[in-house]
Design a protein around this ligand. Structure first.
Ligand SMILES: Nc1nc2c(ncn2[C@@H]2O[C@H](COP(=O)(O)OP(=O)(O)OP(=O)(O)O)[C@@H](O)[C@H]2O)c(=O)[nH]1
Ligand SMILES: [Mg+2]
Length: 517
């Protein structure tokens, strides 16, 4: 096995935990955090020792095996069940496992001189399925951290559902660090023993523990503990059980972490921009711009005598206080509750759409990010609208040209009128009147008067649709410009917080891939 790779994968898991912190829930991260911490502690304490636990139900012979291997009666073997309540430890070789045993929290310590088991730290656990809660807790605590587990089973109880369902099957990822011992083999005839072992293998297969070593043992007669001693000796010499344990735990943690595909953030969806634009009053301003264009164009191109009437009509844009008011807020008014509800809905939809490829636990932080600056949106949108150049303050050249034509028509009308007036006065005073020039059969002054009026009318009628078309274009242009501003706001306040989450997710995803090995 590659020790380095386990260490590297563990580091990747640490990167994952760090990356996901603040994004994923504590519950989600706790197993990974715990494992990273435990791995660091275990490896820093001792890679030279192999911590082996003797685990099993009461009376299977754990303490007897412990004593037999140690060559002394260290842990009491009793008739009263359960016997062992406190874990005993025995260290083979140099007596330097103090810190490791402190970390394991084992108080009863013994020591044996080196031999084939040099480096072994053997633990005699209380019965794991005990009637005593304290026994169960102690056994569980140690089973979660030891490097190698020897399950000691009894010929009459090896098939116990609880033992398999609650324990062996739960440790199926730990195949590499599992040894099963059928103890008290002396109680069975050789044929029965063979049958028993075959049956046990089948049960273990069902537990997901295919291929784990199944040994037979007896602390009083044949076959003795040779098989177990040999297996322990090899494990201790390889000094890899600790790594294997961590690797198995790593597999478990990593497979429970949420994985998903690579995700990249697209642009703002149109529906969201629509909702933001509505909240920002873009349609209102665009329409006001269109009407202001018409209003202003008519002020210049309209029939001069009527123009002053327009002066008294309010300018559609003036009412919105939009032009030149870079600092002050507009009077479009706060976005209506309906518009803000529309934004809120669109935000949720956006988060749902962006989050769809993400694993479930990442969707929550994404939604939170998308909505994080929601309170700043109204102001930012208002400013985006205020800053946009509406482009209707300029008087167009063609308006002036039309205006001049109108004045000309008025001048002609007035000339005709004046002429007629003079003739009327002369007629009243019975003064001799000069002959009247004719246009066709119409007297010239009448023609001037009627022609001028008609020209005004024709100009007005012809210009009207042109102004309307130009106004619509101006409105559309402003609408587009406003929408671009709104989109910038959306990118700043919605997309960029969301992209932080997506980036985090990407980093964690990559770390998780490394942790998977
Ligand atoms: N025949 C036979 N009896 C055994 C063997 N090993 C242990 N015993 C007996 O089984 C009984 C229980 O042994 P212990 O070693 O106390 O069992 P334990 O697993 O430590 O039990 P707890 O501490 O209660 O969990 C004792 O009476 C032992 O003498 C064996 O290999 N063969
Ligand atoms: Mg015991």
């Amino acid at each position: 096995m590659k020790t380095e790779s386990v260490v590297e994968r563990m580091e990747a898991l640490r990167d994952y935990v760090q990356g996901a912190q603040g994004y994923l829930g504590e519950r989600e991260l706790a197993p990974a955090e715990d494992l990273v911490a435990r791995a660091g502690e275990r490896l820093s304490l001792s890679r030279g020792h192999t911590v082996v636990a003797l685990a099993g139900s009461t009376g299977t012979g754990k303490s007897s095996i412990f004593n037999e291997l140690a060559g002394a009666s260290l842990s009491s073997v009793g008739v009263r069940r359960p016997t062992t309540g406190e874990t005993h430890a025995c260290v083979w070789g140099a007596d330097d496992a103090g810190r490791l045993l402190d970390w394991l929290g084992v108080g009863k310590r013994h020591h044996r001189d080196a031999g084939s088991l040099d480096g072994l730290v053997l633990l005699d656990l209380p019965d794991f399925d005990s009637v005593q809660l304290a026994h169960r807790e102690e056994a569980d605590r140690l089973l979660a951290v030891v490097d190698l587990i020897v399950w000691v089973l009894h010929p009459q109880k090896y098939g116990d559902k609880l033992v398999h369902g609650d324990y062996l099957a739960r440790f199926h990822r730990h195949r590499e660090i599992t040894v099963v011992v059928l103890n008290q083999a002396d109680l069975l005839s050789p044929e029965d023993l063979r049958e028993c072992v075959d049956d046990l293998r089948r049960l273990l297969e069902a537990d997901g523990l295919t291929g784990v070593p199944v040994l037979t043992a007896s602390t009083v007669k044949e076959p003795g503990l040779q098989a177990l001693t040999g297996t322990l000796g090899r494990a201790v010499a390889a000094r890899q059980a600790a790594m294997r344990r961590l690797e198995a735990d790593l597999e478990g943690v990593v497979s429970s972490l949420p994985a998903g595909p690579a995700v990249s953030l697209g642009d703002l969806p149109d529906r969201l921009v629509d909702a933001l634009a509505k909240a920002a009053g873009v349609p209102v301003v665009a329409d006001a711009t269109r009407r202001a264009y018409i209003h202003r164009a008519r002020k210049v191109t309209g029939w001069p005598p009527l123009r002053w009437v327009r002066r008294f009509r309010p300018d559609p844009l003036g009412r919105l206080h939009l032009e030149g008011s870079l600092s002050s807020a507009t009077s479009i008014g706060p976005a209506s509750p309906a518009a803000m509800a529309g934004v809120s809905l669109a935000l949720r939809e956006t988060a749902a759409r962006l989050g769809e490829p993400l694993p479930t636990p990442w969707r929550e932080p994404l939604l939170a990010a998308v909505r994080s600056k929601m309170d700043d949106l109204p102001d930012a949108l208002d400013q985006a609208v205020t800053r946009t150049d509406l482009g209707v303050s300029r008087t167009r050249g063609w308006w002036r040209a039309v205006g001049a034509l109108q004045w000309l028509a008025v001048a002609v009308t007035l000339a005709g009128l004046l002429w007629l007036a003079v003739r009327y006065v002369m007629f009243a005073l019975a003064l001799p009147e000069p002959p009247m020039p004719l246009v066709g059969r119409v007297p010239l002054p009448t023609a001037l008067l009627a022609g001028g009026l008609l020209a005004s009318l024709v100009i007005a009628v012809l210009v009207r649709p042109i102004v309307a078309i130009a106004a619509r274009r101006a409105g559309r242009k402003v609408g587009k410009r406003l929408r671009a501003g709104v989109e910038r706001v959306g990118r700043d306040l919605i997309v960029s917080p969301a992209s932080e989450v997506i980036q985090r997710y990407g980093r964690c995803r990559e770390a998780l891939q490394r942790a998977r090995g």
